[in-house]
Design a protein around this ligand. Structure first.
Ligand code: DMJ
Length: 588
């Protein structure tokens, strides 16, 4: 046996021991520095510089930025083609794939129109034969999630058909709608959660989710126009009829999240602009626009939803006066602000710039009459009818877009969290309209409350460790950045409609933060914690990154406007659908 005493005097053993100690010291110092870097990494200087000169860059620079977005698309999409196609999504950390939306190649179909807008003809030509092969089959024990399939697959096929007139796209769209059609076999005509396209087996609860049962109308109205089939328009009409007959007096005219698919009536009082509700509100305005501004039923529902939302779900934070939108149950707000809700400023600016909100009489609409049988729940309508509604919607859009941007700029990574919990020193919070009212009564001096340029606030390491969120007015409820598009979507719409370069610059900073913090060997990945600069990447690259996130960034930085918003309506997955459909027009 060799003893420790004899071993430690042997020269080779000593050098091995010294090497191990050196290696351990190095590893310790390296990890310590990495840990410290997590907290102390300096902010990129551009994030804090708010001087107009920084905003004022030449058109050539914007063109170059659009090119960078296109390169980002190519980088990730080529990796998807190499490692994941024809499966659904690429795993951007390991280079694997996942089938989470039926296994029909959702990233490809969701990304088709973005390729075309970016002029990526080679990628499009490689994708088209794959579309040709689609059969929409599924194992017998599974069901297609109807809503996600409509907004991603059907939306993607229809918009791409509108841009190219490649017949195979319309054929596939029509086949897909046929295979999913059994979902409408409910007494109300609202769709069920899912169906097996081969067997017709249905699945879904009695109480459906608002966003899932009421976000198909744009796609089906377009399919009806393109195929000439009345059947698809009938599907739209049933859903619109149910929504317009739902008893919403107790919820101030806003549809709650739970809708019973048998009788079409509200099943709860949970009101939200975020998860499970978002696109249902969005489609009310967009259906009016898609109809060439003739469909008054949807317009009136939009006015009701936004009136209740503005008077009951918008709040100001106590220190920074950040405007945010929250959800509520039985009228009690949670003060949670979701990334998903950041589509709302974009929707409000779209409405404010396309509707005669300051002259609703020209359309024969009286805001008060929309709530004539609401009793006390109608008081918000009476208040808003004393305002210039166009101004009010614009203020809300501007304040919310600023908060959505700050939710990114406040973080060391420059990426925004999935959910924030706003802090309020009194349980009822600070309803925005109360403060707007006081501001008006005291002479409307300065910017309206919550509106205007605000600086980011970074917590110190000490504050973060202590959980002291008061300087920022919120804590992070979900720390992930899931490559979501909503903030870029709103910044794009704010920029297109106001021409204020500030929104475009904010968009550029967000894209830059994605580039710096979410890029992997194979593409871009969701990020686990937006406060950790040495980011931990999650092995997921959702298809909406191709359909929406990169599309909005690209359209915002391009100097021309290939999708003019008086001719196109974007579905909730950013697929452009033509307002005036002709087989001959609309090509890019
Ligand atoms: C997208 O799939 C759609 O925008 C949908 O309406 C909700 N959000 C996701 C992306 O965050």
């Amino acid at each position: 046996m060799v003893s420790w005493r004899s071993l430690r005097h042997r020269p080779y053993f000593r050098s091995a021991l010294y090497s191990i100690i050196a290696l351990a010291c190095f590893t310790f110092v390296f990890s310590w520095n990495k840990l410290r870097a997590r907290e102390w990494m300096p902010f990129p200087s551009e994030v804090v510089d708010e001087t107009p000169e920084v905003w004022d860059v030449s058109p050539a620079v914007w063109e170059e930025r659009a090119e960078q977005v296109k390169e980002a698309f190519q980088f990730a999409y080529h990796a998807y083609e190499r490692h994941a196609m024809p499966h659904d999504e690429l795993r951007p950390v390991t280079g694997g794939y996942v089938d989470n939306f039926n296994g029909w190649g959702v990233s490809m179909v969701d990304g088709l129109d973005t390729m075309l807008l970016m002029g990526l003809k080679a990628e499009y030509s490689r994708a088209l034969p794959e579309v040709q092969k689609l059969e929409f089959q599924l194992a017998e024990d599974k069901v297609v999630p109807y809503f996600e399939t409509i907004i991603r697959y059907l939306g993607g096929l229809l918009s791409t058909y509108a841009l190219t007139k490649d017949e195979v796209l319309l054929q596939r769209a029509d086949e897909l709608a046929e295979k999913l059609d059994p979902v409408f076999s409910t007494p109300s005509g609202l769709p069920l959660f899912g169906v097996n396209p081969s067997t017709g087996k249905l699945e879904g609860p009695e109480v459906g989710i608002l966003a899932e049962v009421a976000s198909l109308q744009l796609e089906y109205a377009t399919l009806a126009k393109m195929t000439g089939k009345q059947k698809w328009q009938d599907r739209v009409n049933s859903v619109v009829r149910v929504l317009s007959q739902a008893k919403v007096q107790h919820t101030g005219g806003m549809l709650p999240i739970g809708l019973n698919v048998t009788d079409g009536q509200p099943a709860d009082t949970h009101l939200s602009a975020g998860a499970q509700a978002d696109s249902a509100h969005e489609y009310l305005l967009k259906l009016y626009l898609l109809s060439g501004k003739t469909d008054k039923v949807n317009l009136e529902m939009y006015l009701r939803a936004t009136t209740h939302l503005i008077t009951n779900l918008l709040y100001l934070s106590p220190n920074r006066n950040l405007l945010y939108v929250t959800d509520s149950t039985h009228g009690t707000p949670t003060h949670v602000f979701e990334h998903l809700s950041c589509f709302l400023p974009g929707l409000l600016v779209l409405g404010a710039k396309t509707l005669p909100l300051d002259n609703l009489e020209s359309l024969g609409i009286d805001l008060n009459e929309l709530a004539s049988d609401f009793g006390d729940a109608g008081k918000g309508y009476r208040l808003l009818s004393t305002y210039n509604l166009k101004d009010l919607h614009m203020w809300a859009a501007e304040g919310l877009a600023q908060t959505c941007y700050l939710s990114y700029a406040d973080q060391p990574t420059g990426l925004g969290p999935d959910e924030m919990q706003f802090w309020t020193p009194r349980s009822e919070g600070f309803p925005w309209m109360d403060i707007v009212e006081s501001w008006r009564k005291s002479g409307s001096r300065g910017s309206p409350p919550g509106v205007g340029v605000k600086s980011p606030v970074r917590l110190t390491r000490q504050q973060r460790l202590k959980g002291d969120f008061k300087p920022r007015d919120y804590s992070l409820r979900k720390t992930t950045y899931l490559l979501r598009p909503e903030t870029l979507e709103s910044l794009y719409l704010m920029w297109r409609f106001t021409g204020d370069v500030r929104w475009r610059v904010y968009g550029w900073r967000i894209f830059d933060a994605i580039e710096r913090n979410a890029k992997t060997q194979y593409g871009y990945a969701s990020v686990r914690h937006v406060e950790h600069v040495a980011t931990t990447k999650l092995d997921e690259l959702p298809s909406y990154f191709f359909a929406e996130t990169l599309k909005y960034a690209y359209l915002m930085f391009r100097n021309d406007d290939p999708i003019p918003l008086d001719q196109w309506v974007l579905n909730t997955e950013a697929h452009p659908l033509p307002i005036h459909w002709t087989r001959e027009g609309n090509n890019v």
